[in-house]
Ligand binder design. Structure first.
Ligand SMILES: [Fe+2]
Length: 151
């Protein structure tokens, strides 16, 4: 599966409320939606100018999500999902939960993302709302999308 618009990505993230992290090493009391927001917020604080890294934090957990309307299917590898929409760097960084090894040129960023991922698991911590990220995601998509014009 690939996400073809920012709207599809936002819908997938909205749909993952109350979906728990279950993969080995990523367990915790926080749901995928809150984990995405917390991870992205931590990266915004540590790397305020790097919107791609922040967006990678936002999307890095979406690969195991059930598809809206089809709970038996998972969304699939993050690079496949977001590559066409958000570009190669977000795609590479977003592999974190899939166990992909970072590209050497991304090593520092991958470490920052991993640290934010590890820290972004605080149940009940409010880290903003998904809509806060729409314009940032749209900006990254506008720079990288191979899917044509982004409204
Ligand atoms: Fe994570």
């Amino acid at each position: 599966m690939e996400l073809r618009s920012v709207e599809e990505l936002m819908d997938l993230l909205h749909a993952c409320r109350d979906t728990r992290h279950t993969a080995a090493g990523s367990g915790g009391p926080v749901d995928v939606h809150d984990h995405a927001l917390q991870t992205a917020a931590l990266l915004r604080r540590s790397h305020p100018a790097d919107k791609e890294l922040q967006v990678a934090g936002l999307v890095h957990g979406i690969g195991r999500l059930p598809l809206p309307g089809d709970a038996t299917a998972h969304a699939g590898p993050v690079p496949d999902l977001v590559g066409p929409l958000l570009g190669a760097r977000v795609s590479r960084l977003g592999r974190l939960h899939s166990g992909g090894r970072p590209d050497p040129c991304d090593a520092d960023d991958a470490l920052s993302l991993r640290q934010a991922c590890d820290a972004g698991r605080v149940a009940g911590l409010h880290a903003g709302v998904l809509e806060d990220w729409r314009t940032v995601v749209e900006l990254v998509a506008a720079q990288h999308s191979r899917l044509g014009a982004v409204d």
